[in-house]
Design a protein around this ligand. Structure first.
Ligand SMILES: [Zn+2]
Length: 208
């Protein structure tokens, strides 16, 4: 399938970039003054997160395209010329909501490299902790993809969602809905939801 070539090329470029960033991040102490290092590291973390996000956009796009192709080939009659782009968009959104940027290949390796650098380098001080947390914690609701305001988590798997959107999902399947995170198969009912105190604290610190 021709779809695969551009996808694979882009994905390996993004993965290689993250890998190179992991390998070179420790060198910033050789090239920048102590004052500059923190800003450079912040910039690298922002870029890394952006790369991982783009990777997930691509994956969601490809998955939606493949799914549609398969349905067309199987003669799915619910697909028409007039609704096909709408169906594609809905599927793309669904795939996207099932992925978290931190799961993109090589991203965790990059964050680990940044973490070990900041631990070894006291010059970054406490301020860098918040920047790193920002790079690993998604403050977006996986269902609506809007910033979370009132976060709750699943008691069994620990995944976090915005209260109103997970409650809406559960209301549609009162016997239990599957956790919306990809690869997580926990069933959630209203009783499984707990306030996510850690995320609440983080969000309130962020607002300051
Ligand atoms: Zn989960």
């Amino acid at each position: 399938m021709e779809l695969n070539y551009p996808f694979n090329a882009c994905k390996s470029l993004l993965t290689d970039t993250l890998e190179t960033m992991s390998d070179t991040v420790a060198l910033i102490s050789d090239f920048y003054t102590e004052d500059e290092q923190k800003a450079v590291l912040e910039k690298m973390l922002q870029n890394g997160k952006e790369i991982a996000n783009i990777g997930n956009f691509l994956t969601a796009n490809k998955s939606a395209g493949e799914n549609l192709l398969e349905r067309t080939q199987n003669g799915d009659v619910s697909l028409t010329k007039s609704n096909i782009s709408e169906v594609f968009d809905a599927m793309y959104e669904e795939y996207l909501s099932n992925t978290n940027f931190t799961e993109f290949s090589k991203y965790s390796k990059f964050v680990e490299a940044v973490q070990s650098l900041s631990q070894a380098n006291v010059a970054f001080g406490a301020g860098i902790e918040a920047v790193i947390t920002e790079a690993i914690v998604s403050t977006f609701d996986p269902i609506t993809k809007q910033p979370m305001v009132d976060p709750v988590k699943g008691a069994k798997c620990g995944h976090t969602y915005e209260r109103s959107s997970i409650i809406e999902l559960i209301k549609r399947k009162p016997k239990g809905t599957r956790c919306p995170y990809v690869g997580c198969h926990e069933k959630l009912t209203l009783r499984d939801l707990q306030d996510d105190e850690q995320m609440k604290l983080y969000l309130s610190q962020q607002r300051k």
